[in-house]
Design a protein around this ligand. Structure first.
Ligand SMILES: Nc1nc2c(c(=O)[nH]1)N[C@H]1C(S)=C(S)[C@@H](COP(=O)(O)O)O[C@H]1N2
Ligand SMILES: [Mo]
Length: 386
């Protein structure tokens, strides 16, 4: 049985034309099974890591009712999303090398040999198409180039299931042949080793040129990163500016108030001076954007839980934090109990020793530990207890 499966896998992998010898185009060391298998293993590992960290990001932003994310460790999301984006970018050279290695097989004639073969070719089509789709949409998204007509997060999320499903089928199917290829003697390995080292070097170079967007010691190398720590007002990058969000006038208006409403024992309305008069707390916390960049900062403000308790809220309440923005996906976010009860969760009034810059959320913005950047709502003006 095992032997028959191996034979079948071999039939799929064996070139349809040309000799089986080293001079055949398909069996050159670089286009051979061994290079393809090694690259496949590396890709499987990085797709697995991207899938796991992607699910973390998705479910942090869309928490199922029965689960709650912890607010600690403070840097958890920063790390998982850094792995997702920087790891994803470092995967691109691997993907390109793998496709280069196997494309004669993808384009072979005749394309389909039997019904089972047709089914498997469809899986390979989903695998290659899914991988390219994730790569292209991911790169465009972190480059702020929204060239596609569909919502990025929804498409990237659902495609990941298709991709991982196809990868599992492909891995199960190719495993025996790949194992044989990797276990076989060294053969003419010199070229192949050089090729694989080049690909690994390209992956490492991409990682080095981007990792500084989340890891400050490498910031100076981050020439490919769209955002770098230390840049932007008050030393912290900005995604949406106050002017871009259309809130500049409302944020500067002296009539600005913070209202705490909803399921509260008494509605509370606070001016900026009222907030400043509450006990001031500090926290060193990162902004960790879903696009992979992150930056540590010193925040000062009042604890969200202190403000909520002024209004009288139940311990298991959820809170909707609303900004002055009247449009846009990030104009509000929900805070679950684990986060609002955390003493590090602040309504920040100051950043790195100065009053918040308008682009960072003046007069008041949410900052909480272990939370995606999209949920760190700026220009807050209403807390609605649900
Ligand atoms: N109201 C509002 N809050 C927002 C956003 C927004 O567009 N509108 N962008 C979010 C995103 S995507 C990130 S990464 C952080 C960035 O915060 P910063 O601009 O202060 O660095 O703010 C978040 N808060
Ligand atoms: Mo973000």
């Amino acid at each position: 049985m095992v032997r028959r499966r191996a034979a079948r896998a071999r039939a799929v992998l064996t070139p349809p034309t040309g000799p089986d010898g080293p001079e055949g185009r398909f069996t050159s060391p670089l286009r051979g099974e061994r290079a393809a298998a090694r690259l496949g293993l590396a890709l499987a590992a990085s797709f697995g890591a991207a899938f796991a960290t992607g699910l973390i990001s998705h479910f942090m932003q869309h928490p199922p009712g029965w689960a709650q994310w912890p607010s600690r460790p403070v840097n958890l999301y920063r790390v998982t999303q850094g792995v997702h984006v920087i790891g994803g970018l470092a995967t691109l050279p691997l993907l390109a090398a793998k496709l280069w290695t196997v494309y004669p097989r993808l384009l072979r004639r005749p394309p389909v040999r039997s019904a089972a073969d047709a089914g498997y070719r469809a899986v390979v089509f989903l695998l290659v198409g899914g991988a390219l789709f994730q790569a292209v949409t991911g790169v465009l998204n972190i480059s702020y180039w929204y060239a596609f007509p569909f919502p990025f997060t929804t498409a990237h999320y659902w495609t990941s299931y298709v991709l991982i499903g196809a990868l599992l089928v492909h891995a199960a199917r190719e495993w025996p042949a790949a194992r044989r290829a990797v276990m076989a003697g060294p053969g003419d390995a010199v070229d192949r080793r050089g090729f694989l080292l080049t690909v690994a070097g390209a992956s490492g170079a991409v990682a080095l040129a981007t990792a500084g967007e989340a890891f400050p010691p490498l910031a100076r190398l981050a020439v490919l990163a769209p955002r770098r720590p230390g840049t932007g007002p008050q030393g912290v990058p900005v995604n949406t500016s106050a002017a871009g969000a259309g809130v500049l006038a409302a944020a500067r208006d002296p009539a600005w108030r913070l209202t705490v409403t909803g399921r509260v024992r008494r509605e509370v309305v606070l001016s900026l001076d009222d907030l400043r008069a509450l006990p001031a707390r500090t926290a060193r916390l990162p902004i960790a954007c879903v696009e992979g960049w992150s930056a540590d900062a010193d925040w000062e403000g009042v604890r969200l839980r202190d403000v909520l308790r002024l209004a009288g809220v139940d311990d298991d309440a959820r809170v909707r934090v609303e900004s002055l923005q009247t449009w846009g996906d990030y104009r509000a976010s929900r805070v679950a109990p684990a986060h609002w009860r955390d003493p590090l969760t602040l309504l920040a009034l100051r950043l790195n020793g100065e009053p918040l810059h308008p682009d960072h959320g003046f007069p008041c913005r949410l900052i909480a530990p272990n939370r995606p950047g999209v949920l760190q709502t700026k220009w807050v003006h209403r807390l609605v207890v649900e």
